[in-house]
Ligand binder design. Structure first.
Ligand code: GDP
Ligand code: IMO
Ligand code: MG
Length: 439
């Protein structure tokens, strides 16, 4: 990957989340001045591994691990103050700087206790077959209140104590009635306790508070290099993903402009991140899922357990139909292919190149969940590669079968694969000259 020519760049997931965005943002950050989280909230779990140290970030941009980089949490993010403060304290205790290198938008919305409670109650009421399988972090209810406006809380509201107390009293009164009526919940929230707790959180967050939008505009004018860190993945996008089994934000590239307040044309490159196979957490159709010993093997070899919830991730073969759709949606200019090491030792590997539905073959993705749940994947099979490849330091050291697999994915997606990851560590990243000539 030619870092110098990237310009302002967005890193976006091309599957159902957990593609390895945290690792790639960390790898790229060396070449950027500012890292911006533009959407999602503490449903995200971005892992960065540096030697024997592991960092799991939920709200802080992954750039926070590199000195001298400004990290921005933009208006499109929903903030759980307790999680954010916990992360800041956790990193500080490990000797990292979190101070003037972090800016938190005063316009970001706050996840309140009633949002988390509603998330849990409504999922519980839906039952196993209809629930979304959310992370229970209050994300959906918080974004819903943001759109409804009247009951929403923005970070700036935490600094107007009288009005904030009045709002909390009002909303808690309404929500207690609503939760009792809808879900038979009889453990009412305590407005006084919540208001006091959140006003204390506000004091802890005061040093980071800014209107980040003019700051980002100044960065554009000054030519500072900006990296936008996507959360979740394109197939979880509320408009373009597998609705309703999605998250509640525009987590694809489309969310950058609205979530951070920069013009769309200020992003010059889009680095799409995808695994060499597919995973999904939560409910929803997953055509290439391997609910069998192959899926189990991938899960164990890839440590496919959620960073945020610890849930086992569903695992399956690479879905080129879905990935091609995500590449098109994002205008992806380069791809980082992750977890190639995880597939090693499998005697053969498969790629889904089309779907069969009601006797017809389709090569276009089907975002309609009812139809997607019924498609049959059409697989092509490739020889696997034996041996551990996690120690490779150059693409040429990979077995020819592994290199051919990467080349095949590149052809199927029509976008250049310029980074290949063979391990969780920052250093286990191979640079690749694309045969598609697009890098
Ligand atoms: P994110 O949400 O997209 O940042 O991804 P997560 O951090 O939730 O999940 C990715 C997981 O894979 C983390 O545990 C990473 O440490 C790990 N990881 C990333 N790249 C690789 C890789 O190439 N090989 C292996 N074995 N692990 C990786
Ligand atoms: P990162 O940034 C994987 C999934 C949940 C659920 C659906 C809705 O680490 O890639 P929500 O709590 O957002 O209402 O849940 O979206 N989900 C993720 N899956 N990685 C994530 O983030 C996710 N964020 C949400 O599992 O299926
Ligand atoms: Mg994750």
């Amino acid at each position: 990957m030619d870092f110098a020519s990237l310009g302002n760049t967005c890193v976006v997931g091309l599957q159902w989340g957990d593609e390895g965005k945290g690792k790639i943002v960390d790898v790229l950050t060396e070449h950027f001045d500012v890292v911006v989280r533009y959407g999602g909230g503490a449903n995200a779990g971005h892992t960065v591994r540096l030697g024997d140290q592991k960092f799991a970030l939920h709200l802080l941009p992954s750039g926070i691990l590199r000195r001298g980089v400004m990290c921005v949490i933009a208006p499109g993010v929903v903030i759980d103050p307790e999680v954010l403060i916990g992360e800041i304290d956790g990193l500080t205790a490990r000797g990292l700087e979190v101070g003037r290198n972090l800016q938190l938008s005063s316009r970001a919305h706050v996840v309140m206790p009633w949002h988390k409670k509603q998330d849990r109650l409504s999922e519980g009421a839906l039952g196993e077959d209809r629930k979304i399988g959310t992370t229970a972090r209050g994300i959906g209810p918080c974004y819903a209140d943001k759109m409804l406006r009247t009951a929403a809380v923005r970070v700036e509201d935490l600094y107007k104590p009288d009005a904030f107390r009045a709002k909390v009293t009002d909303v808690v009164g309404q929500r207690n009635k609503l939760f009792a009526a809808l879900f038979g919940d009889h453990e009412p929230l305590d407005a006084e306790q919540i208001a006091g707790q959140y006003l204390r959180f506000a004091e802890r967050l005061r040093p980071f508070l800014t209107d980040t939008t003019p700051y980002l505009h100044d960065c554009i004018s000054a030519g500072r290099r900006m990296l936008f860190e996507g959360a979740q993945g394109t197939l979880l996008d509320v408009d373009h993903g597998t609705y309703p089994f999605v998250t509640s934000s525009n987590c694809g590239v489309g969310g950058v402009a609205s979530g951070s307040g920069v013009p769309p044309r200020s992003v010059q490159s889009v680095v799409g991140v995808m695994k060499a196979y597919c995973t999904r957490v939560g409910s929803g159709p997953f055509p290439t899922e391997q609910d069998n010993s192959t899926g189990q093997l991938i899960r164990e070899r890839g440590h496919e357990y959620g960073t945020t919830t610890g849930r086992p991730r569903r695992c399956g073969w690479f879905d080129a139909v879905a990935a091609r759709y995500c590449v098109a949606l994002g205008g992806v200019t380069q791809i980082a292919l992750m977890h190639l090491d995880t597939l090693a030792t499998l005697p053969e590997v498969r790629i889904c190149t089309g779907y069969r539905l009601e006797g017809r073959t389709i090569e276009q993705f089907v975002p309609d969940c009812e139809l997607l749940g019924r498609v049959e994947p059409i697989f092509e099979t490739h020889s696997g590669w034996r041996g551990d490849i996690s120690g490779a330091t150059a693409i040429e050291q990979l077995p020819s079968e592994a290199r051919r697999y990467v080349e095949r994915l590149e052809v199927l997606l029509g976008a250049a694969i310029t980074l290949v990851s063979v391990g969780a560590d920052r250093t286990a990243t191979l640079h690749r000259t694309s045969h598609a000539g697009a890098n």
